[in-house]
Design a protein around this ligand. Structure first.
Ligand SMILES: NC(=O)C1=CN([C@@H]2O[C@H](COP(=O)(O)OP(=O)(O)OC[C@H]3O[C@@H](n4cnc5c(N)ncnc54)[C@H](O)[C@@H]3O)[C@@H](O)[C@H]2O)C=CC1
Ligand SMILES: O=C(O)CCC(=O)C(=O)O
Length: 435
């Protein structure tokens, strides 16, 4: 009863402009039309092929059985098996998971990966679980979606509040069910179990490649640039590390618990060492001043990086943004009305489906290595990641010039055009739908 009430509240509070699935459908529709394609293409793209809802009973430490709700959405598998992360968060809902799976299809298409889009989520606040409860939840979730996943079907990976440790439990459960080791069934796993070198850093590294390219377009010298980052988990912290290595002064980082600010620039290696010890920097790091998310968005920095959750750049926060570049490391951080304000202000947006595609790119490399059971050196992986990200960035910039449109529309058009080629090759579409 309690659970039902919570789910209802979550979906009730989402307006059309905050609902990621409504947002992504509107963007798909607009881009299909801009490309001069028949609206049938929109109808082929707008819905995931398959969505799966599961109940995940967990015996809690106090003996109670709590029944969690989980989802897996498989958007489109015309380029290859569907692929995408698993999120553990109290705000997870079906529309969010569906939108995240559409974004995965577009990301893979932009980067030219032979993969489709998938995504999973469980409605849970992992901070409220003990380690044992979290492990049981992780194992039971993967068990419940076992019929629809596998290395040639749908390949999960980490997302918000999941990590290599969680992936280790999940792969163990799957291997035990199947009776043999299947390393390519998920990615982002510990290296000792067939994880790829460079995967942990990949999303942040990819974000920084796109920022570097955007700075070239705008004539910004990275050595003189300043940045602020929302979210200091896997993606935010790795983005901070690589930007710092390029000489960018990171003046603020924030997360769900608060944030810190230092005008002269934070000592990122020191901060990473602090957080790696499991410390909460927002309340315990003494070498900087406190700052909240709203204040951070309004800082006079060159580069602003939302690396947390959806709907952060809104009609409330966007008017205060002073940055020249908004690098969307998170999925769906900008609402449509936030986007309009960014456009009016002439802020250069690196859209999520391009900006954060480094994660799935190295996940693809991990899967390839698992399939051939031979493992590459980290330099090889990083170099191939860079090539893929730069090629994706180039395609989006070219489309933006051709169509004289926003970076976001250009990224959607690049992704959709690639998917349409695959639809055509499969005989899904007739003359009227072709480019
Ligand atoms: N992990 C990956 O490889 C990839 C992640 N992403 C996206 O990047 C974003 C971050 O993911 P991860 O770093 O993996 O997750 P994470 O769980 O490691 O970190 C999430 C961070 O966001 C913060 N956060 C959560 N809610 C917040 C709020 N309301 N306000 C401010 N901060 C908040 C958390 O405190 C934490 O610092 C998500 O949108 C995810 O979908 C995208 C591509 C790949
Ligand atoms: O690494 C992957 O397969 C998926 C990463 C992901 O979930 C994302 O790009 O949002």
């Amino acid at each position: 009863m309690e659970k039902k009430k919570k789910d209802k509240v979550e979906s009730d509070i989402m307006t059309h402009d905050q609902n990621p699935y409504e947002i992504v459908k509107d963007l798909l529709k607009e881009s299909v039309s801009r490309l001069g394609l028949h609206e049938n293409i929109y109808h082929l793209l707008k819905k995931p092929t398959r969505v799966f809802e599961v109940s995940i009973p967990v015996r809690m430490d106090d003996g109670r059985i709590e029944n969690f709700t989980g989802y897996r959405s498989q958007h489109l598998d015309i380029l290859g098996p569907t692929k995408g992360g698993i999120r553990f968060h109290p705000a997870v809902n079906l529309d969010e998971v569906k939108a995240l799976s559409v974004w995965m299809s577009l990301k893979s298409a932009i980067i030219d990966l032979p993969l489709g889009g998938g995504k999973g989520g469980v409605i849970v606040d992992p901070e409220k679980l003990s380690e044992r409860e979290l492990e049981v939840l992780s194992r039971n979730y993967i068990k419940s979606i076992t019929p629809i996943i596998g290395p040639q079907k749908d390949i999960p990976a980490p997302d918000v509040n999941t990590n290599p440790k969680v992936m280790g439990w999940m792969i163990d459960e799957f291997d035990q069910l199947r009776g043999y080791n299947i390393p390519g069934m998920l990615t982002g796993k510990p290296v000792v179990l067939g994880g790829s070198l460079g995967r942990l850093e990949a999303t942040g590294r990819g974000v920084v490649f796109t920022i570097r390219e955007a700075c070239k377009v705008l004539g910004i010298d990275l050595g003189e640039a300043t940045a602020a980052i929302q979210g200091f988990g896997n993606v935010g912290s790795m983005t901070a590390k690589f930007l710092h290595e390029l000489g960018v002064k990171i003046v603020a980082v924030t997360d769900a618990k608060g944030g810190i600010y230092k005008e002269d620039g934070l000592d990122i290696p020191d901060l990473l060492a602090f957080t790696n010890k499991g410390e909460n920097y927002a309340s315990n790091y003494e070498k900087a001043e406190p700052i909240n998310n709203e204040e951070m968005f309004a800082l006079p920095v060159d580069i602003l990086i939302p690396a947390a959750v959806e709907n952060q750049i809104t009609k409330e926060t966007a008017p205060n943004i002073k940055a020249k570049i908004l690098a969307e490391a998170a999925n769906g951080p900008t609402t449509p009305d936030g986007d309009e304000i960014l456009e009016e202000k002439g802020i250069f947006v690196i859209p999520d489906i391009l900006c954060n595609a480094g994660g799935v790119t190295v996940s693809y490399f991990e899967w390839v290595q698992n399939n051939m059971n031979y493992y590459w050196k980290v330099d090889e992986i990083n170099q191939q990641l860079e090539e893929k990200m730069l090629a994706g960035f180039e395609k989006v910039i070219k489309m933006r010039e051709e169509k004289d449109c926003r970076m976001r529309d250009a990224a959607y058009m690049v992704g959709i055009s690639h998917l349409v080629k695959a639809m055509d090759a499969r005989g899904w579409i007739g003359e009227q739908e072709k480019l």
